[in-house]
Design a protein around this ligand. Structure first.
Ligand code: MG
Length: 388
C-alpha cells in the first residue's frame, strides 16, 4: 500500500540483505546500491575479511543486526562474530532474505551452501563457489528452495537475455572478455609482466585477485564454468569473444539465429541491483544514462588462447569435471597469491596450475569431501613448488 505522509520509510517492509565481503569492491558497491534503495532493502548482516576500520565505519552507518570479521583482530568490538564461521552465521541470519556472497575464493563455499539450505536467495559474486562444487551447489538450491542469482556482469547479462525463454530455444552463450591489460602485448613480453602491469585493468575497478585473474584470463575460464552450472548449457555451446570496451556484457544466440545482448556502462552496481530485484526491475539512478554515440564504437577480437593458456586450462578442467575445476581454482588462488607477493612470475601462474592439474587429474569429485580434499592437495602442491 502507498504511504502518503512524509515520514521515514518503514524498515519492516524492507528486504533484509546480508553482505559477505562488505568492505571489498563488490561489498562497497552493494552498499551504494542499498543507500539508494532504502525503501526496498536493508543490510542486516555485514562481514569483512580483515579490514576492521572499514567494517566499523559501515556498522556505525548501517547498524546491522550482525557484524563479523573473518580474521581475528584486537580492535574488533566484542559483539562482532570472529573467524570463518561468521560467514555462515551471516548467511543464515534469520533477518536476511538475500545473501550477497562477495567472498574471494573457495572460502565462500560453506556460506553459499548454508544460505541455500536455509532457502535464501544467494546473489553470487563468489564465482569460485560454482567452480569448486557447481553440481552440489545447484542441487542444494533445488532441494531446499534456495535461489542462485548471478552478480557477475556476464552472467547477469545472460540471465537478462534469457528472460522468458526456454532452454531448448538457446543455441549458444557468448561471454565477452575485456582481454585484460595484456590484450595487445607481444607474446614474449607477457611472460614477464610485473605486478603493477597486471593490476592495471583497462575497464573494471576490482580487487587484486580478480584483477590478476582478468590479466591471465583465468577469470574467463572461471566464468565459463560458472555459466555452465548456472544455465545448464554444455561447454561446447559456450564461447568467449574479446570485447575491449566492456559495454556488451554477454550475448545469447537463439536457435532461430537471433542474438540478444545486454549493454551498459561497466559498473557492478547494475548487476548487483538486478540480482536483488530479479525478475523485476526498479527505478535507480546509480549510473548515467547510456550514450551510444559517446562510446565511439564497439569492437570484437578472437581470444589469443596460446598467449593466455589459463583460459583453455580452465575450460578443459570444466569439461573433465570431477575434482578438476576445484584443482584448477585452488592452484590458481595460491599461484596468484605468490605472484602478488613477488615469488612467482606472471607465466609461472599457468605453469603451476598446469602442473597441479596433471598431478591430480584423476581425483574424484563425487562428494564435497572429495572436492575439499582435492582443493587442499592442489594448494599444498603449489605452495611446495614455489618453495614456502
Ligand atoms: Mg565477470
Amino acid at each position: 500500500m502507498m504511504r502518503h505522509d512524509d515520514g521515514p520509510s518503514m524498515p519492516t517492509t524492507s528486504t533484509g540483505v546480508a553482505i559477505l565481503g562488505s568492505t571489498g569492491s563488490i561489498g562497497t558497491s552493494a552498499l551504494r546500491v542499498l543507500s539508494r534503495q532504502r525503501d526496498r532493502f536493508i543490510p542486516v548482516a555485514l562481514t569483512a575479511h580483515g579490514n576492521v576500520g572499514a567494517l566499523a565505519e559501515q556498522v556505525a552507518t548501517w547498524r546491522p543486526a550482525y557484524a563479523g570479521l573473518v580474521q581475528p583482530h584486537d580492535e574488533a568490538p566484542r559483539e562482532w562474530g570472529v573467524g570463518a564461521d561468521c560467514l555462515v552465521t551471516a548467511a543464515t541470519h534469520p533477518d536476511a532474505r538475500i545473501v550477497i556472497n562477495a567472498v574471494v575464493g573457495a572460502a565462500g563455499l560453506p556460506a553459499t551452501l548454508a544460505a541455500l539450505r536455509a532457502g535464501k536467495r544467494v546473489a553470487l559474486a563468489n564465482k569460485e563457489t560454482l567452480v569448486v562444487a557447481g553440481a552440489i551447489v545447484t542441487e542444494t538450491a533445488q532441494r531446499h528452495g534456495g535461489e542462485l542469482v548471478p552478480v557477475d556482469s556476464e552472467h547477469s547479462a545472460i540471465l537478462q537475455c534469457l528472460a522468458g525463454r526456454q532452454p531448448h530455444e538457446v543455441r549458444r552463450l557468448v561471454l565477452t572478455a575485456s582481454g585484460g591489460p595484456f590484450r595487445t602485448w607481444p607474446t614474449a613480453r607477457i611472460a614477464n609482466a610485473t605486478i603493477g602491469d597486471a593490476l592495471k585493468h583497462p575497464t573494471w575497478q576490482m580487487g587484486s585477485k580478480i584483477t590478476i585473474d582478468s590479466a591471465t584470463l583465468a577469470n574467463k575460464a572461471l566464468e565459463v564454468i560458472e555459466a555452465h552450472h548456472l544455465f545448464g548449457v554444455p561447454y561446447d555451446r559456450i564461447d568467449v569473444v574479446v570485447h575491449p570496451q566492456s559495454i556488451i556484457h554477454s550475448f545469447v544466440e537463439f536457435v532461430d539465429g537471433s542474438v540478444l545482448a545486454q549493454l551498459g556502462v561497466p559498473s557492478m552496481e547494475l548487476p548487483i541491483l538486478y540480482a536483488l530485484t530479479f525478475p523485476e526491475r526498479v527505478p535507480d539512478t546509480g549510473v548515467p544514462s547510456f550514450d551510444p554515440v559517446a562510446l565511439g564504437g564497439l569492437s570484437f577480437e578472437t581470444v589469443r588462447y596460446d598467449d593466455f593458456p589459463m583460459l583453455q586450462l580452465g575450460i578443459d578442467a570444466g569439461r573433465r569435471g570431477g575434482a578438476a575445476p576445484a584443482v584448477f581454482n585452488a592452484a590458481n588462488e595460491v599461484a596468484v597469491a605468490h605472484f602478488l607477493a613477488g615469488r612467482l612470475s606472471f607465466s609461472g601462474i599457468a605453469e603451476r596450475v598446469s602442473a597441479a592439474l596433471q598431478e591430480f587429474s584423476g581425483a574424484s569429485g563425487a562428494s564435497l569431501e572429495d572436492l575439499l580434499q582435492a582443493d587442499a592437495a592442489a594448494r599444498h602442491l603449489v605452495h611446495a613448488q614455489v618453495g614456502c
